[in-house]
Design a protein. Structure first.
Lengths: 144, 66
């Protein structure tokens, strides 16, 4: 693998790492804010701190787009398109459901869209990689 | 769109990795182009043609359905 491809792959792996860190931080903050007693100031501080890994994740994605080759750029774009469109679909559905009856925070509500964004992004990434034969081409390395 | 990258590589005894290295993309990108799963940009197509010392239209050929 050439230097630029290795660099791009490292950067993409960094983005994946930050996506998991931000998801993990979000889950931890959510559990703490729901299950424990705390002062309002501390609650807001925890909420703000949770945004930091997500902001780093976003910055990392923007850097990825400018450093990866055009196939990887296409794959990322398709993954984000899947995540964005399905999230909009979720938002539309939930806003309509809310008109029928107030949504319970314990069951399906707007905050459940956050993990859905990650899941749909990863699904989109998988779909695009399969489409362009990235997963199946790994075994061909030795033959080429 | 079909292409003759595999044939051109064979002529020059070049692996996908070596071609990828020369034009600054990943080997997976070359594989996706070669198998017709991904259509490269004009710049990339020109770079590939330059490596093989041919014209772009000799490597990338339009088909009926394109």
């Amino acid at each position: 693998m050439n230097k630029s491809a290795t660099k791009s792959k490292t950067r993409v792996n960094g983005t994946m790492l930050w996506s998991f860190v931000s998801l993990f931080t979000w889950v931890l903050s959510r559990v703490y804010l729901l299950e424990f007693e705390y002062a309002k100031t501390l609650g807001y501080a925890i909420a703000m701190i949770t945004l930091i890994p997500f902001a780093i994740f976003l910055t990392s994605i923007f850097k990825d787009v400018s450093s990866v080759d055009e196939l990887e750029r296409q794959i990322q774009l398709e993954a984000l398109a899947v995540a964005f469109s399905l999230t909009v679909l979720g938002l539309m559905a939930l806003s309509l459901f809310q008109m029928v009856e107030p949504l319970s925070a314990e069951n399906w509500s707007f905050r459940h869209l956050v993990p859905m964004i990650y899941i749909t992004y990863l699904l989109g990434l998988l779909k695009a990689r399969v489409r362009y034969g990235i997963s199946s081409s790994i075994n061909e390395d030795a033959q080429q | 769109m079909k292409n003759s990258i595999k044939v051109e590589r064979a002529k020059k005894d070049m692996t996908q990795g070596e071609l990828a290295e020369k034009i600054g993309v990943s080997r997976q990108t070359i594989n996706a182009i070669e198998t017709g799963k991904f259509v490269p940009s004009t710049v990339l197509a020109l770079k590939i043609a330059k490596v093989f010392g041919t014209k772009v239209e000799d490597i990338f050929i339009l088909e009926e359905e394109d």
